[in-house]
Design a binder for this molecule. Sequence first.
Ligand SMILES: Cc1cc2nc3c(=O)[nH]c(=O)nc-3n(C[C@H](O)[C@H](O)[C@H](O)COP(=O)(O)OP(=O)(O)OC[C@H]3O[C@@H](n4cnc5c(N)ncnc54)[C@H](O)[C@@H]3O)c2cc1C
Length: 419
Amino acid sequence: MSAVYSRTWYDDTCVSQSWQSSLVIQNKNFDFCIVGGGLAGLSCAYHLAEMGASVALCEHSMIGSGASGRNGGFCSAGWAAGSDQISRLVGPVVSKELASIGADGLKWMRARAFSAKYAKVQPISGIISLGLRGYRPEINARLDETELKEFVVGPRYKWGKIDNEAFHFHPLNFLKIFSQEVVGHGVKVFENTGAVQVSGTEVCFSNGNRISAERMIWATGGYSIGKNSILKKFLLPIQTFICVTSPMPTILERHIPTKMALGDDRRAGNYFRRLPDDRLLWGMGVSALTQRSVDSIKRMGWKNIKAHLPAMVEEMKRDNIKFDYAWSGLMAYASHFMPYVGKLSDRESILCGFGGHGMNTALIAGKRMALFLSGDPNILDPFLEIPRRNIFGLIGRLGAEFEYRRLSAIDYISETCGL
Ligand SMILES: Cc1cc2nc3c(=O)[nH]c(=O)nc-3n(C[C@H](O)[C@H](O)[C@H](O)COP(=O)(O)OP(=O)(O)OC[C@H]3O[C@@H](n4cnc5c(N)ncnc54)[C@H](O)[C@@H]3O)c2cc1C
């Protein structure tokens, strides 16, 4: 089985769903049909229903089975593209607006994640950015190499910077609890129901059922891009990988003695965090081409951790610590790393392309899409400045793979030469 669908640590530790998936009622009329039960689709559905609309949401598999329920669980401000990149793309004024929208997304997520109702999300404040290269004058308020050892003990890490507003959490539990709120608002959620065709107001599902909806919103993430003739022009499905060790409290206490999450500053970076049951979650790598098996992700994990925390790997071997889980997930990426949030036609809208930074952005873009569809004409203006760029099919995939390898090589050279 492809690791894109393999069982995750989140699946084995999630709360049970407290609502039942709806059964499709033939020819039922809705104001909106949202395709995709990730954070983007759920947020849009929630906010539309809150404003009184009748909403159907169809999910090909189960709520949270896409990237939103199998990701690293890091939530911070910002977008998949860096601020300089965004400024070059849309100019400094819109770039500032987008930064503020991303920050609003973090605030919204934080308020929910740290509330009593979301206790099972087990949020922990603090994400440390780790510098692998030498001194960077533009980074203020840094931990130096000695101070950093209180948080992580690895020969490659040169400095750190703590973001206390950011947090990490159990993303699948978040989706399970959020979907309960969505259903509570009256949204009809159809699981195991893929949307396969749209003709006028009619939406045909993979199970043969149909509904009618005035407007459609495609919030399908990286999962069915190839099957949608419009989305595949602008977005690439990109895989990324995670593995999780067996519990190792003593080893973690010695080598990663913090409950905060950590991520390095490589162009194609690694990120890791201690899970509540004392396992290590390690995320790494991307690919536009290769489908990896669970075993090959575990091998990649060993190699990767050994390169950064060699002493810890020795102790893991000594204590027979294994990877109990390994999986991948698909993200949707545009060539400029920014999402597409806007109309495709009078009836259809797009809400996709959050890349590897969706936990704040998918949520807030979903909310803004709902406000737009409910009659706020200017709320999506900053997103409309993001140009739609063709990714040219296989050429785009090959280009993305080449770019990732090029960036990895630059990382390797700059780290080993101390640049
Ligand atoms: C392994 C991994 C680690 C990541 N780590 C982080 C992280 O730590 N922090 C962070 O901010 N971001 C992270 N990301 C990115 C983040 O998870 C995504 O940007 C975000 O979840 C995108 O949300 P979404 O709703 O657009 O897509 P998804 O969550 O993928 O949801 C799309 C849903 O649409 C469904 N679907 C697709 N086609 C159809 C169809 N035709 N009919 C019905 N349903 C359909 C899919 O089954 C899927 O459930 C990570 C991603 C991955 C894969």
